[in-house]
Design a protein around this ligand. Structure first.
Ligand code: LFR
Length: 482
């Protein structure tokens, strides 16, 4: 059959990549054009050093990756951009006013107080359907309103929309990611009443578009860096929230499976047709995020591989020569720890000395924490698996979805110890892969928009199932504490 090519720009909180894909009804092949670290930076702001994204550096890496694509494939059909959620840039007259804040920056607590004083959390949940995360965009925007930053701005652009704007000159808000602002109605429109109550400038919010909408062509000024043929590829809105793109590429039967999109975060849940806004769901802190094709991503954020990457960063800072593959191999040889820690404890949110915080968690309970890095890695993996299993059970109970299998996609799918521990603790088979689910979901949605594919999400998932290897982990029931 006919095939064509597209490029996926996928920016995770830990690393970014540009993937070059060949797609057709029976073809799905991805090649990595570029991979780069996403390293946030602390800069002094008069009273404290605040954590920001180096979004200019990211854009420059994106251009480098797309340049590599252009030089090997001048006829590329389309480009799609996804990134982590909630964070944004403020612009005035088309110019970015400052480096976007990182959602792990400590400033957010004050924003939560400001918003909750104006609108009670139960009401926010009824409107936006989001789990409480202290960094949801509306809390950050309330801070920007309070300190005057928003008054200086005339435009709010979420990170992937900002990158798309720098590529095309066109400004919009893609819906899946816009749903993580907390400022959309159940119908997927900007919630004007809520925006007004929070004192936010309605005119700053750009036009909403659905995933699959062409949003523009590459700016002529980029032609030198990006030597595509003719008018060049179309930039197409994809599920621009990375998790939305990942869920597109989960090769699951959504009527009887749960998924874990496991990268920096572990996003654990099910896919629904309708929001679930029960009080039980709110208490369990489940979110109703917007999915591609109007689906609902009913899920909960578990801390994720961040606990491992941030621990390794600390050990390396102390001069230890450790890396993740080596530590995981060592950890797998250790006995399963008797106790796990609460991987959801908010103390693990901000960057810092993760091993010390985990040790603190155990010591507060009169328990002994593992002393060696390998022991620590093992207890992190087991604690994540325990939280994953419990969250899958909650998702099933809260929605009535009869979960028979758990799909793990993203970097975590490569972590055999984690996949097996999750299967064991959930008593369910784990189906691991694809690792690059987010880039694949990004590719599929733009390829469909470009006419290289057709069909619903089930058709797209069937293509993923046919073309990518999936590893099955069978549960070995263990006695779970607590
Ligand atoms: C995953 C993710 C999560 C979101 C968190 C912060 O990369 O996008 O879905 O809750 O990052 O944006």
């Amino acid at each position: 059959g006919t095939t064509g090519t597209v490029a996926a720009v996928d920016l995770g909180a830990t690393s970014g990549r540009v993937m070059h894909a060949r797609v057709g009804a029976d073809t799905l092949e991805l090649t990595e054009a570029a991979r780069f670290l996403n390293t946030p930076v602390r800069v002094w702001e008069g009273e404290r050093a605040a954590l920001h994204w180096d979004v200019m550096g990211l854009f420059s890496s994106v251009l480098e990756g797309l340049g590599t694509v252009a030089r090997s494939d001048a006829a590329l059909a389309s480009i799609g951009v996804d990134a982590w959620a909630v964070d944004y840039g403020l612009l005035r007259g088309g110019r970015l006013l400052g480096e976007p804040y990182h959602y792990r920056d400590e400033r957010t607590a004050r924003g939560v107080d400001l918003v909750h004083a104006a609108v009670p959390p139960a009401e926010l949940y009824r409107e936006g359907g989001l789990q409480f995360l202290p960094f949801n965009s509306l809390y950050q925007l309330a801070l920007d309103a309070a300190d005057g930053a928003l008054a200086a701005a005339d435009r709010f652009l979420l990170i992937p929309d900002l990158i798309a704007y720098w590529l095309t000159g066109s400004q919009h808000a893609e819906r899946t990611n816009a749903s993580t602002t907390g400022l959309l109605t159940a119908d997927g429109a900007w919630n004007n009443a809520l925006i007004e109550r929070l004192g936010l400038p309605r005119t700053a919010f750009p036009e909403l578009v659905d995933a699959g909408t062409p949003v523009g062509r590459l700016l002529p000024s980029l032609g030198h860096d990006l030597p595509f043929a003719g008018a060049g590829p179309t930039v197409t809105a994809v599920g621009s929230h990375d998790t939305a793109s990942a869920v597109v590429a989960v090769p699951m039967d959504a009527s009887r499976a749960a998924y874990i999109s496991c990268g920096t975060w572990g996003l654990v849940g099910v896919e629904l047709e309708q929001r679930v806004l029960s009080e039980e769901g709110r208490a369990a802190n489940f979110t109703n995020e917007g999915g591609v094709d109007g689906r609902i991503r009913y899920l909960h954020n578990v801390m994720g591989l961040w606990l491992l990457s941030e621990s390794i960063r600390e050990w390396q800072r102390r001069g230890l020569h450790v890396d993740l593959p080596g530590l995981l191999a060592e950890a797998a040889e250790l006995p399963r720890p008797a106790e796990v820690f609460d991987a959801e404890d908010p103390r693990f949110l901000a960057p810092g000395d993760m091993p010390a915080r985990i040790t603190g968690w155990f010591e507060e309970r009169g328990l002994r924490a593992p002393a060696s890095p390998a022991g620590m890695v093992r207890v992190i993996v087991e604690s994540l698996a325990a939280a994953f299993a419990a969250t899958v059970q909650q998702a099933a109970a809260l929605t009535g979805v009869p979960v028979e299998a758990i799909h793990i996609v993203g970097g975590g799918a490569r972590n055999a110890l984690l996949c097996q521990a999750t299967a064991d603790r959930a008593g369910l088979p784990v189906l691991a892969g694809p690792v690059e689910a987010t880039a694949i979901g990004n590719v599929l949605v733009q390829a469909r928009a470009a006419g290289l594919l057709s069909g619903d999400l089930e058709t797209l998932r069937a293509l993923v199932a046919r073309t990518t290897p999936i590893v099955r982990y069978t549960p070995d029931r263990i006695l779970v504490h607590g």
